[in-house]
Structure formats: C-alpha cells, structure tokens
Design a binder for this molecule. Structure first.
Ligand code: PEP
Ligand code: MN
Length: 341
C-alpha cells in the first residue's frame, strides 16, 4: 500500500502518522521524501488496513494498493532512481555510463594486472573477474577461488579500479569481505538462502537475471536482498534462454526500460554472456546504451583464444578500446537527444 502525503506535511506530522500506522496495523513503513511529495510504502499484511481511515487523515493526499508482489524494489515506493555509491566514490545509476570489464576468469597475476590496466585506460570504472566459476561441466576450470580473490585485490591496488566478482555460496561471504561489488550469477538468481544472507551485508550486489526467469521473478530476487536491509542492488540483463541457437542466449533489451519503469534500481547489460560471440558485443553494447542501460559488463581477455573460460565472447584489449570509445560517444549523443525531448 502506498500513501502520498500532502506537500505541506511537517516533519512532526510525518513522524506521528508513521508511528500510528506501525502501531495500529503492525506494518513497516518505508519513507521516500521527494522534492514535491513524500511517499509512504507500507510493507506487511495490509489486508486489514482501513483505506477510508487513511484517506480521512488531514495530511493524506492519496492512498492506493500496490498490486505487484515486490515492494521495496517497486518504483511506486521510491519514484527516484536509486544511485549506488561506493565508499571509493564511484556511482552507478547517476546518469553516467558505468563500464565493468575484465576476463571471465582470473587466471594469473600477469593476466589480471594487464587486463586491469588496459580496461582502466579505455574508461572502465570497475574490474570484473571470476574467482569462483559456475561451470556447466565439473571437469571445466572452476576458478582460482580465494587465490583469485587475492589477485583481484592486487589488481585493484595497482590500478585503483574497484572489483566485481561472483559469489556461489553463502558459506563464502566472509571471504568476500574486501570485494567492492558481489555478483550473483544467473544460475544463483533464485538461490534464496544466498540472497537472504546478502541482504544482511552492507555492500552492493550485482544481481544477474536467471537463464529462464521472468522480469517479475528477477525483481523478486532483488526484493529478497532488500527485504534483509541491503538496498544496494544493481540488476544485470545477460540474456535469456529461448529457442534461438544462433546466439548463446537471447539479449532481452526491452527488459531494460521495462525494469526501469517498474523498479528504481540501476540496470546494466552484459552483451558478452547474452550473445556468446565477441563480434556481437560492440553492436549489442551500443544497443544497450540506446535502451537506457546504466552500464555495461563486458568480458575482455588478453588472449581470448587461450582463455580458460568464455574466450569466444571475450574482446581483446584493443577491441575493447574501440568499443568503449564508441559507447561513450553514443552515450553522449543519446543524452543530448533525450534532453532535447
Ligand atoms: C560471469 O559473469 O562470468 C557469469 C558466469 O555470468 P552469468 O551468471 O551471467 O552466466
Ligand atoms: Mn563468463
């Protein structure tokens, strides 16, 4: 349930009203204070709430029930875009295009440091790299695990780029203490126990869309993290399973504006996993910018032919330079076009 308050409501009136709602109906009240109005989002069992009583209150402008099963992630509860800010100052969702780039897997110190330097000089704001790898085959390279996390931290020290890396088990959360953004991969999007644990920490979570999940299920997974108290969730569209076999997955670009309409969290696009083909990454990155994405996650490898995972979809550093140049140029043009109405 959403209650919009009248613009002249005082702070004291707001506090009293919130307290009366919490006491009377045993619900949690989320407050969003905007320039024009204040919105109260009620979470819990709202079936017993008397809408007429609420409408009758002097400070209430309007009241409506929310149909969607997600509340904290719902844009109706929080009309402004959420901007996620790292302690190191980087922002995601503030209108700038945020690029996260790096290899699928961390393979060695030389590899990760070299790729980190290259993606940084091309304009990436974050270094990505997998240390725990969710591979389809148990016989494939599974990642360097904690050594990989240490190598990522070393690359961060050398370049200053904050790091993004995937967690596969809630038993590993302590190991991820020094990581800047924790990624939940597509295969774990509905690992609800993991999501609940990530809701208890104060760190941004990059939540990839599941291989075969609807937009609503994806937002509900964000809701799991937020319900625990962690509101720093970034959504990542990375392609979904369809009957098409020409590409590894089918990039659902319309998911970007759809999610942004329904939800206030930043949305980024991963054209690498979405297509599985390095030659498609440039065009799909540009298309993602035009779809309104807040950022991109792109796989870049020093030697894609010999990569231990996902070489076929990885860009060389030289190609990444070119792609980054083009996407930043398109973003500039896009912002101009959009601001001119
Ligand atoms: C990855 O980012 O390397 C990865 C495994 O992604 P996804 O979960 O989207 O397959
Ligand atoms: Mn990969």
């Amino acid at each position: 349930m959403i209650i919009v308050l009248k613009p002249n409501t005082s702070k004291e009136q707001l506090i009293l009203f919130k307290a009366s709602l919490e006491e009377k109906y045993n619900v949690t009240v989320n407050t969003w204070v905007g320039v024009e109005s204040t919105v109260l989002g009620l979470i819990g069992d709202t079936t017993q709430i008397d809408e007429d009583w609420i409408s009758a209150q002097e400070i209430v402008e309007s009241v409506k029930r929310v149909q969607e099963p997600y509340k904290k992630a719902n844009r109706k509860f929080h009309p402004d875009n959420t901007v996620i800010e790292l302690p190191t100052g980087q922002k995601i969702g503030d209108g700038n295009l945020c690029i996260m780039a790096g290899p699928c897997s961390v393979e060695s110190e030389e590899q990760i440091n070299y790729v980190a330097e290259r993606v940084k000089s091309a304009g990436a704001a974050f270094l990505r790299g997998g240390a725990f790898k969710p591979r389809t085959s148990p016989y494939s390279f599974q990642g360097l695990k904690s050594e990989g996390l240490d190598l990522l931290k070393g690359a961060r020290k050398a370049t200053g780029l904050p790091i993004v890396t995937e967690i596969m088990s809630s038993a590993h959360i302590d190991m991820f203490e020094g990581i800047d953004i924790i990624q939940v991969g597509a295969r774990n999007m509905q690992n609800f126990e993991l999501l609940k644990q990530l809701g208890k920490i104060d760190k941004p979570i990059l939540l990839k869309r599941g291989l075969a999940n609807t937009i609503e299920e994806w937002i509900m997974s964000a809701e799991y993290i937020m319900a625990g108290g962690n509101n720093k969730v970034i959504l990542c569209e990375r392609g979904i399973r369809t009957y098409e076999t020409a590409t590894r997955n089918t990039l659902d670009l319309s998911a970007v504006p759809v999610v942004k309409k329904l939800c206030h969290l930043p949305v980024i696009v991963d054209p690498s996993h979405a297509t599985g083909k390095s030659w498609l990454v440039e065009q799909m990155s540009l298309a993602a910018v035009a779809a309104g994405a807040d950022g991109l996650m792109i796989e870049v490898h020093n030697d894609p032919k010999h990569a231990l995972s996902d070489g076929a979809q990885s860009l060389t550093p030289d190609k990444f330079d070119e792609v980054a140049r083009k996407v930043f140029a398109l973003k500039k043009a896009y912002d101009e076009i959009m601001s001119n109405g």
